[in-house]
Design a protein around this ligand. Structure first.
Ligand code: BGC
Length: 742
């Protein structure tokens, strides 16, 4: 590379991956053109090849790098090893092209934040942006320049373990958080040494796997795709995401990795996305198992033709495509297109200038688990906790109870792994403050704190019940910490039941049976169906997997140092038989009622509602909504309606409310959800304080895909609801009309 080109590259700024036109003739494009012109066919296909290392590249893999047959690695982390591989690539390979180094930085690299589902419960996009930014800073210091996050799959079925990795069931909240996370990972300049290339995954509808079973078949209509599953991807694209991963699943007979409509027509054509597309792990090879390719070569041909640029771990592009290109069955132009996108991503990261992207052993040591990173983890973990029930104001623990004896019981109370959750990156269990440790630290010397595990997470022995019950009997309050182990959610962790695993339910019942007041703390990567607890246990906290600061955050809430403010980003079912369950369902022709012939379950209470609805979460104070006003009774389809409401802290303590706006299109040419989230605000209020909150309803929130699947705001009556969850709120109506305003 000439000095002039290196200088020229310095002019390229990031954040512009999506903005750059493929045919522009910027200095970057000239560099890329010149590299492509000098590459052999194998070296071109090498750029499309993304193998995984087993912690370190093998001698054979290093040799592939020398030959220019590797575009990047995944799972190669650590500044020293990453620098060594980059050094080899830029000094010993013929064209000196640096490597993309990808890793699953899902909710932190070393400082582990709440799992994404938990973070979604904070309804705080600024917080999500900050945690992604810190995760990027740590990962980049350790040599990673590309993360396989955010996962933006909408999940309406909590049996699916990967619900833990996303923002829950709602496309609006999911879109806001997708954009925030992309901004956080990529920053405003991808060349910055605290930025990494983000990946919106898994395109598309992976969360709609039949039966909630991972990798399973999906069959959704284009309408549901566009209304529910695609919006977060679109939001990520609009936020400038530099990479997109295709999903393992098929949609209506076409596996995503071979889906030309999805990857090329929609993503690149309709949405004007110009970043790179990577397959999921071995997904190109798996086109054979799907039964749409008869050989590896055929699988590779299909994926490339669909628009998948990079082959994660199948090795098919490198091994099988040369012959197809040479025989003219694959045009070399389609290979060049993919190569160009990968080289552009490398240029956008500034790797041709600084292949190390700022990674160094010193920086890694200074940045990982920095005090301010832990402080952020603590703050966000507090926000993510959802108070589901608090009868008789058992919480916060009164000074009197706290001063006496607290029994902490349950297999997850002192389990650092469960606190880290699925996809813990380089999180170290030794960094974790468990719930027990957090309570012990906060309770201080004046409190008698006793701990009994009581049972395992999945094993069925009840041998520990006796101790647990004895402890609870002597205590002023029993904090029971139960739920799921880390490996019970995430990839390949679908469940057929949604209750407490093992004998934890029996343990809870035994402790409750002592008569000592029980606070149930749930740690889980999904909403759990706990109807018995909801009926009998006075206080319940959903504390998910909150990362390294789990214990501090739970203790803050238990002792009332902070008032809980989390709201559910998913519906909590009463029974597994209700799933898929989601608040923004259709009305049906026979909405549930006392009448037998209506849409419901005969063995669940009417109206077949969830145990806890989407958007729900209590606080230690109360909030009132009043004076709901609309800026006009009538608007035209192109206009924006302003919705204002007063939110008042009507209780005795400071607190934060998440005010939510929902909309319903009463009559349209296609059926519309009974409610759809269209705005939200987090507002901190002192006791007695009131604040006027304003929302804007734009055509984007009011429109729908008509019968021809074109997006349109249809005239007619709309209802708005503003309140503290999807199941309540003040109501008002307005009309969209094409007639001019009177
Ligand atoms: C997962 C992806 C992940 C990839 C690389 C796959 O099994 O589905 O989400 O990014 O592995 O680790």
């Amino acid at each position: 590379m000439t000095a002039a080109l290196v200088l020229a590259l310095g002019l390229v700024t990031a954040g512009s991956v999506a903005a750059q036109h493929p045919r522009s003739h910027s200095p970057t494009d000239r560099l890329i053109d010149s590299l492509i012109a000098r590459m052999t066919l194998e070296q071109k296909l090498g750029q499309l090849n993304l193998p995984s290392v087993d912690t370190r590249p093998s001698p054979q893999q290093l040799d592939l790098v020398r030959q220019g047959l590797v575009g990047g690695f995944l799972n190669l982390t650590g500044a020293a090893a990453a620098r060594a591989a980059q050094h080899l690539a830029v000094t010993e390979s013929r064209l000196h092209i640096p490597l993309l180094l990808g890793y699953d930085v899902i909710h932190g690299y070393r400082t582990i934040f709440p799992i994404p589902l938990a973070e979604a419960a904070a309804w705080d996009p600024a917080a999500a942006e900050s945690t992604a930014h810190v995760a990027a800073r740590e990962a980049a210091a350790a040599g990673v320049n590309w993360t396989f996050a955010p996962m933006v799959d909408i999940a309406r079925d909590p049996r699916w373990g990967r619900i833990a990795e996303g923002a829950g069931e709602d496309p609006y909240l999911g879109s806001v958080l997708a954009a925030a996370r992309v901004r956080g990972f990529q920053g405003s300049d991808l060349r910055a040494t605290d930025a990494v290339l983000a990946t919106a995954k898994h395109l598309a509808a992976y969360g709609a796997a039949e039966g909630g079973r991972d990798y399973n078949t999906v069959d959704v209509s284009e309408r549901t795709l566009r209304e529910i599953y695609l919006p977060p991807f679109r939001a990520a694209v609009d936020a400038g995401v530099g990479s997109i991963m295709t999903s393992f699943n098929e949609i209506a007979g076409v596996p995503s990795t071979a889906n030309r409509w999805l990857v090329t027509t929609l993503l690149r054509g309709e949405w004007k996305y110009s970043g790179l597309v990577v397959s999921d792990w071995m997904a190109i090879a798996q086109l054979q198992a799907h039964g749409v390719a008869g050989s590896r070569a055929e699988a590779g041909k299909l994926a490339l033709a669909a628009g998948v640029d990079m082959d994660m771990t199948s090795g098919i592009y490198l091994d099988d495509l040369p012959a197809l290109v040479r025989s003219g069955r694959i045009p070399v132009a389609s290979v060049d297109r993919a190569v160009r996108r990968i080289l552009r991503a490398k240029a956008t990261l500034g790797l041709f200038d600084d292949p190390y992207h700022g990674a160094s052993v010193e920086r890694e040591a200074a940045v990982l688990l920095a005090a301010e990173h832990r402080a952020l983890a603590h703050r966000v973990a507090r926000e993510a906790i959802v108070l589901l029930k608090n009868d008789g104001d058992l919480l916060p623990l009164a000074e009197s109870a706290a001063r006496h004896t607290i029994a902490v019981i349950g297999p997850l109370a002192d389990d650092p792994g469960a606190a880290l959750g699925a996809w813990p990156g380089h999180g170290d269990p030794r960094d974790v403050v468990t719930v027990l440790a957090g309570i012990r630290e906060r309770a201080g010397a004046g409190v008698e704190l006793r701990y009994a595990k009581g049972a395992g997470i999945v094993d069925t022995s009840t041998a520990g019940f006796g101790d647990a019950v004895a402890l609870a009997r002597q205590a002023g309050v029993a904090v029971v910490v139960v739920g799921e182990a880390a490996d019970m959610s995430g990839e390949a962790a679908s469940r057929s039941t949604l209750g407490l695993p093992g004998v934890q339910q029996q343990l809870l019942e035994a402790v409750q049976g002592t008569g000592t007041p029980v606070v149930l703390v749930l740690l889980s990567g999904r909403p759990l169906a706990v109807p018995w607890a909801a009926e009998h246990v006075p206080a319940i906290l959903e504390a998910w997997a909150l990362g390294v600061e789990t214990g501090h955050a739970v203790a803050d809430v238990l002792f009332g140092d902070v008032s809980p403010s989390g709201k559910l980003p998913v519906s909590v079912p009463r029974a597994v038989g209700q799933v898929p369950i989601y608040y923004n369902h259709k009305n049906t022709g026979r909405p549930p009622s006392q009448d037998k012939y209506t849409s419901k379950y005969i063995d669940l209470p009417l109206p077949s509602s969830p145990l806890f609805p989407f958007g729900y979460g209590l606080s230690y104070t109360t909030f009132g909504y009043s004076d709901l006003r609309l800026s006009a009774p009538r608007i035209t389809p192109a206009e924006t309606l302003r919705v204002t409401v007063t939110v008042t802290n009507t209780g005795p303590r400071s607190g934060t409310e998440v005010a939510q706006l929902y909309v319903r299109d009463e009559v349209a040419s296609v059926t519309r959800p009974v409610r759809a989230l269209a705005g939200f605000r987090r507002i901190a209020l002192a006791p007695g304080e009131a604040q006027r909150v304003e929302f804007a309803l734009t055509p984007r929130e009011l429109g729908c895909y008509g019968p021809d699947l074109r997006f349109v705001v249809e005239p007619g009556r709309f209802r708005v609801f503003v309140g503290g969850s999807s199941a309540e709120g003040l109501e008002a109506t307005f009309e969209v009309t094409v007639a001019p305003r009177p």
